[in-house]
Ligand binder design. Structure first.
Ligand SMILES: NC(=O)c1ccc[n+]([C@@H]2O[C@H](COP(=O)([O-])OP(=O)(O)OC[C@H]3O[C@@H](n4cnc5c(N)ncnc54)[C@H](OP(=O)(O)O)[C@@H]3O)[C@@H](O)[C@H]2O)c1
Length: 439
């Protein structure tokens, strides 16, 4: 069959696309990207949901299409994207156009919680589109995924990072009920729904085989990552929950906010029986989310996240402390005497002392505050500066190489740490490769 797939570049959409291709279906995928090739049997058309708010806008893309699958969506309103457009107005127009074009079936990826108890703007916008689809004269499956776990997913990376910590402070002590589902089962269910021949509108919650607490999920992941001792889990004081989540969002780049917290507090569980019937087998339990082949890399990357943070904070502290010491904690006369030995005296020596201290302070503050996308030049500057200082001191004050506390030789591991940061301190989000157009 020929499928129109919306959101094929996404975490779930990419997995659905791979399964559709593996099962021999032809695909027309919409994308906001531009540029180059896709796989054989896959056609790409450029489309932004913002510009597809009427059924006429979808009409030409539905030519020759048997099944429509909507995997597009957003988790937060930013960069001009709104829930109203991405979840409600564009999908409603798509569903209307699909009914008019008499496609065989529409598969809509909603979200667990987009029901009568929905309160968040995210869930309400999903529910509005789902209700519209259910009322249209076209066969449909509306699928409600719980938290989806996949190795490359941003939320999975965040959970693994929390799981490797020996002590975790969680809102409510992590007692919220969740029922995470594996990406492979979600993609399988979407494809099976697309291939189904039932009429009317079917609604299926895509959930794991059983509910676990959020702390239980982290404990399972910790065990799968090869840690034999359980972590100590404690409750975050309520007054600290929102600031801590805001800080977590800043440190991880993950869209954590008030909505994410209230969705977690509400719980995210459902009866797995309809999902098992659709799949034809039970979904993967949390205990098997991290496979033996994934374990070494997943464990190393999760630990590395915290070790890089530790390295970054300690380097920031080093620059800031050096600045504070140079500004007066160390006797200024002694500093000027050292500068005199490298040929700097009088006003020039004062300028050098206070200028270098101010520069160290700026470097320390930037080390803590600059976002990951902008830190590469910072690491390169620090490496160059330390090499320069080390060479000047080695020539003019060689006794520091021979000092038992190793004030200069300690620069060697510091340089190694900075090279590590230069090479791998990259932004956290990692998306599947985007398919783009050749037109
Ligand atoms: N992941 C989960 O745990 C989870 C759980 C429950 C429900 N869901 C739902 O499942 C759906 C897919 O989730 P996901 O995790 O795969 O999300 P994702 O990785 O963020 O992917 C979202 C997809 O939507 C596309 N998209 C976003 N805005 C667009 C626009 N204005 N025009 C065209 N395309 C646009 C993106 O295309 P670009 O590449 O162009 O940005 C991308 O392909 C969403 O509706 C989400 O609400 C996900």
């Amino acid at each position: 069959m020929t499928v129109l797939l919306i959101g094929s570049s996404g975490f779930i959409g990419a997995a659905v696309m791979a399964q559709l291709i593996a099962r021999g279906h032809r695909l027309r995928c919409t994308t906001r990207g531009d540029g180059h090739a896709g796989a054989e049997g896959v056609e790409f058309v450029q489309l932004d949901l913002k510009e597809a708010l009427t059924h006429e806008a979808w009409q030409r893309h539905l030519d020759g299409i048997d099944v429509v699958i909507n995997c597009a969506g957003i988790f937060e309103e930013r960069d001009g994207q709104t829930f109203s457009v991405a979840h409600e107005r564009a999908p409603k127009a798509l569903f209307e156009a699909s009914a008019r074009a008499r496609v065989r079936r529409v598969v809509q990826l909603s979200a667990l919680g987009a029901d009568d108890r929905a309160v968040s703007a995210f869930h309400l916008s999903k529910r509005a589109a789902d209700t519209h689809l259910a009322a249209l004269p076209v066969a449909s499956h509306i699928l409600y995924p719980s938290l989806v776990y996949g190795q490359a997913g941003d939320s999975a990376a965040l959970f693994r990072r929390l799981a490797v910590l020996p002590l975790v402070l969680l809102p409510g002590g992590g007692r919220q009920q969740v029922q995470p589902v594996h990406l492979d089962d979600v993609a399988d269910a979407v494809v099976r729904a697309a291939e189904a021949d039932s009429g009317g509108c079917r609604r299926v919650a895509l959930v794991g085989p059983r509910a676990v607490t959020f702390a239980g999920l982290l404990a399972c992941l910790r065990h799968s990552l090869g840690f034999s001792h359980p972590a100590v889990v404690a409750a975050l004081p309520t007054w600290l929950e929102r600031p801590a989540i805001a800080l977590g969002a800043r440190l991880t780049g993950f869209p954590l906010g008030a909505d994410a917290l209230s969705m977690l507090e509400r719980g995210s569980t459902a009866d797995p029986a309809p999902f098992i019937a659709l799949l034809g087998h039970p979904p993967r339990p949390v205990e098997r989310f991290v496979g033996p082949t994934e374990r070494p890399a997943d464990r190393t990357l999760a630990l590395l996240h915290w070790l890089l943070l530790l390295l970054r904070l300690s380097i920031a502290a080093l620059w800031i402390w050096t600045a504070v010491v140079s500004l007066g904690l160390y006797p200024v006369n002694a500093s000027l005497a050292l500068l005199a030995r490298v040929g700097a005296e009088g006003l020039f020596a004062h300028l050098l002392l206070y200028g270098a201290a101010a520069f160290d302070l700026v470097l320390g503050l930037l080390t803590v505050t600059l976002p990951a996308t902008m830190r590469r030049p910072l690491w390169a500057t620090q490496i160059a500066l330390i090499v320069f200082y080390s060479v000047v001191i080695a020539v003019a004050l060689p006794e520091f190489w021979l000092h038992p506390f190793g004030p200069l030789s300690k620069n060697l591991p510091l340089l190694a740490g900075l090279v590590l940061l230069l090479l791998i301190d990259t932004p956290a989000p990692h998306r599947p490769a985007k398919w783009t157009t050749r037109r």
